[in-house]
Design a protein around this ligand. Structure first.
Ligand code: G6P
Ligand code: ZN
Length: 541
């Protein structure tokens, strides 16, 4: 065991979802070690504890796993469960933490950000409930990192992670586990695999794009092996350290290959994609895009069709920028509905307290209390279960949902690679004039409320302030603006746009067209073009 003298490294501050930096930053001397020691220090030490360790397989994942195991051993941990090859999807890691009752887990991923020596890497700690550490814990990590003077590491050979089974690092036991098996078994308990299998054998065609990221082996096992979809249903199925050069973010821009197929001749009935670490999802039908906010609402309305949710939902939650479509379902069904800040960690307390069983975010995240992370394949299986039970296609399900509840037209515009000072200056000016906005009209829309979202956790009373600008109009239309907390360079402005139409007319418009006045009002109010010198967003979802 060696105690290594080190110094605090600036910038080790976890963001929306753990600490994310360029890979070469993480590969700097002491960088990873400092932060891992900060994690252990922040949770009161690792002595006698049990952890889950694994990541999405991106470049440096394998080396980082070995370092973490040797540091866990040197810090006195009793045992680590590690995914074979150091691989675990984020939802599978969450499940393992819960199933084995561990003291938490260390997950290596930068989620949907590209991987490789010149791209991104990340690390986050999940608490014993299986969910991302809340701010009370991440701020302790940041504080510990800022005072880091020494870390403990064992000098030992690498653990052989290539085979499942027991191993040893110093005095610490290691169990190398099949990353897929437990997770796939869990999915079988939640969904009607027989009904989905029958739908597939009846000719229903699926395309799943794993984007050369972690979900490949999971999707092959579940969709092809267990549900009988033909070989080749899962494309880009081989996880690669650089994701094959892909940007593993399942949205219309980055999953273009899948979009083209779903809009092409001979398109399959159902298309889906997941991200780097398997917690995000995008759902598509033939020539049909399901906005994540609508997906959440459709799931809320239909979850009872899946065996794991037959008794009904306990309640639902969405992040503030996510559209209010799910609120309408909750109201109709008499369910409690919560609005939280961006970040899955804010759902954990609500799920632990049994207040909600379904959560979702506009950022392509959907999940339930089966784990404490969002879960890409879970959402795919939920949709397949709903389609099988209703005997309808994606477009039909959406159309009937809008007919019943009305439609919350929704879009997110991202302006990426901004100079941080410029973006902050723009929002600073907006903050200064928020008070004056109510009563004013823009593009024929009258502002009723303008504020900065703050959240008080109803379970533990913790308060999160500064969670995004909200401008709400008389007709219910809404503009939300905030800076992304998951990027690794510059600033990304996220502009979220929403407009409700009750129907029966106007339910099948192009969202960008339907949102036209709201988009123009946003620019008028915040001066995006003037401040940022950008007229078109880089990503539109
Ligand atoms: C991650 C988090 C989500 C969050 C998303 C976008 O996926 O797990 O909870 O919604 O990032 O966050 P950002 O701060 O970039 O908008
Ligand atoms: Zn992710």
């Amino acid at each position: 065991m060696t105690t290594v003298t080190t110094e605090p490294i600036p910038g080790q501050k976890p963001g929306t979802s753990g600490l994310r930096k360029k890979t070469h930053v993480f590969m700097q001397r002491h960088y990873l070690e400092n932060f891992v020691q900060a994690i252990f220090d922040a949770i009161g030490g690792a002595g006698g504890k049990t952890f889950v360790v694994g990541g999405d397989g991106r470049y440096f994942n394998d080396r980082a796993c070995q370092v973490i195991l040797r540091m866990a051993a040197a810090n006195g941990a009793a045992k680590c469960f590690v995914g074979q090859g150091g691989i675990l999807s984020t939802p599978a890691a969450s499940h393992l933490i819960r199933r084995n009752g561990t003291d938490g887990g260390i997950i290596l991923s930068a989620s949907h950000n590209p991987g490789g020596p010149d791209e991104d890497f990340g690390i986050k700690f999940n608490t014993p409930n299986g969910g991302p550490a809340p701010e009370s814990v991440t701020s302790k990590m940041h504080a510990a990192a800022n005072e880091m003077r020494e870390y403990r590491i064992l000098e030992d050979h690498d653990v052989d992670l290539s085979r499942a089974g027991p191993a040893q690092v110093g005095d610490m036991a290691v169990e190398v586990v099949d990353p897929v098996a437990d997770y796939a078994d869990l999915m079988e308990t939640l969904f009607d695999f027989d009904a989905i299998r029958a739908m597939i054998s009846g000719g229903f065609r699926i395309r799943f794009d794993a984007m050369c990221a972690v979900t490949g082996p999971y999707a092959v096992e579940i969709l092809e092996n267990r549900l009988g979809a033909p070989g080749g249903t899962v494309v880009n199925r081989q996880p690669l350290p650089d994701f094959g050069g892909m940007h593993p973010d399942p949205n219309p821009v980055w999953a273009k290959m899948l979009m083209d197929e779903m809009w092409g001749a001979n398109a399959p009935d159902f298309g889906a994609a997941s991200d780097g670490d398997g917690d995000r999802n995008m759902i598509l039908g033939r020539e049909t895009y399901v906005s994540p906010s609508d997906s959440l609402a459709v799931i809320a309305a239909n979850a009872h069709l899946a065996p794991g949710y037959a008794a009904g939902l306990k309640g639902v939650a969405r992040s503030m920028p996510t559209s209010g479509a799910v609120d309408r379902v909750a109201q109709a069904k008499g369910l409690e509905c919560f609005e939280t800040p961006t970040g899955w960690k804010f759902f954990g307390n609500l799920m632990d307290a049994g207040r909600v069983s379904l959560c979702g975010e506009e950022s392509f995240g959907t999940g339930s209390d089966h784990v404490r992370e969002k879960d890409g394949l879970w959402a795919v299986l939920m949709w397949l279960n709903i389609l099988a039970a209703r005997g309808q296609g994606v477009a039909e399900v959406l159309a009937s949902h809008f007919a019943q509840y009305g439609r919350n037209y929704y879009s997110r515009h991202d302006f990426e690679g901004l100079e941080v000072e410029k973006a902050e200056a723009m929002l600073g000016k907006l903050a200064a004039k928020l008070e004056d906005l109510p009563g004013k009209e823009f593009e024929g829309l009258e502002v009723t409320t303008a504020d900065i979202f703050a959240y008080t956790d109803p379970v533990d009373g913790s308060v999160a302030e500064g969670q995004g600008f909200r401008i709400i109009f008389l007709d219910g239309s809404r503009i939300v603006m905030r800076l992304s907390g998951t990027g690794t360079s510059g600033a990304t402005l996220r502009l979220y746009l929403e407009r409700y139409m009750p129907g029966p007319d106007g339910l099948d418009r192009d969202p960008q067209d339907a949102l036209g006045p709201v988009i123009r009002a946003a620019d008028e109010i915040a001066g995006i073009a003037a401040h940022l010198d950008r007229t078109t967003p880089d990503v539109v979802t």
